[in-house]
Ligand binder design. Structure first.
Ligand SMILES: [Zn+2]
Length: 295
């Protein structure tokens, strides 16, 4: 155990206990011998300072199953803030879990990579979500979210209404490859679409890897660009995962009322979904998918 306040100190002593008023559980307290601050065992769980702990897993599963935050609050009979608070908490926890997962898993040899486009508040303010997926297993490995300027007919309207908008695509791609660094094999195959933004990054971060480019294809279902027409899709594992993300996160569904208002919350939601997705693929017991900090 490491002290949560000064982080580095491991000199920790037991320091009594207390009974939690909300459920009567006895919790151990600890004292850090370096910064002298005290904390309890509950400090490290996802339930820390949440009184309605029995809601947590239901909120986690609902938010990853296409239920909006407001509707989740109505179904469970709680305040909207209770759900919003949990989204943030679960996002942080899932981000940590994903990092641990990248460190502990075997090296990735086949990678699919693309960006998913969405927007904050209006289509005039687009966002990009870069997501890396492992080929075959469909595990989500890394995520980054950034703002991008509007394209096409909306570009001039967007500039007039909201002013110039930064392009954070480069930062997103840098972030994705930095995250992936620890779990990539020295040689492998990366598949992407024919975007011109990717080759420089692949040369820089994936030296020794071969790069397979797939030309873009039209979607076969109206409004679902992820499912491609015309037989076998080389980017199937990626597109299938993206379709699942759009189905699982209400704010990413097409033609929805629920829009993202803050890119940071979109990132939290994506991390949460990614962890849910990986848990779902890995666990044999699909009835008890639950979120907890892993180490
Ligand atoms: Zn300390």
């Amino acid at each position: 155990m490491v002290c949560p306040f000064c982080v580095k100190s491991k000199k920790i002593k037991k320091n009594g206990s207390y009974i939690r008023s909300s459920d009567g559980k006895r919790c151990q307290r600890f004292r850090c011998l370096e910064c002298c601050r005290t904390f309890s065992e509950t400090h490290f769980g996802i339930e820390y300072r949440l009184r309605k702990r029995y809601l947590n897993q239901a909120v986690f599963r609902s938010l990853c199953s296409g239920v909006s935050q407001r509707r989740c609050a109505i179904i469970l009979g709680v305040q909207r803030a209770a759900i919003a608070r949990r989204l943030l908490r679960f996002g942080k926890c899932s981000e940590h879990n994903l990092e641990v997962y990248r460190k502990s898993r075997e090296k990735v040899k086949k990678l699919n990579f693309d960006e998913l486009e969405t927007f904050e508040h209006t289509k005039c303010k687009p966002l990009t979500a870069a997501i890396a997926v492992e080929d075959k297993s469909r595990k989500i490995l890394a995520i980054a979210v950034g703002r991008i300027p509007a394209k096409g007919p909306l570009a001039s309207l967007s500039r007039k209404k909201y002013g110039p908008r930064p392009c954070e695509r480069k930062r997103c791609l840098e972030s994705i490859f930095t995250q992936l660094k620890m779990c990539l094999a020295s040689k492998g195959l990366v598949k992407t679409d024919k975007s011109k933004a990717y080759p420089p990054f692949i040369r820089k971060y994936l030296a020794g890897w071969s790069h397979e480019v797939t030309p873009g294809r039209r979607g076969c279902v109206v409004g679902q660009g992820e499912l491609k027409e015309g037989g076998w899709d080389p980017l199937f594992y990626l597109n299938h995962t993206y379709a699942m993300i759009r189905d699982g996160l209400k704010r990413l569904a097409r033609r929805t009322w629920c829009t993202t208002k803050n890119p940071k919350r979109l990132l939290s939601a994506l991390y949460m979904y990614a962890w849910f997705h990986n848990l779902y693929l890995e666990s044999k017991d699909k009835k008890h998918l639950s979120l907890c900090w892993i180490s």
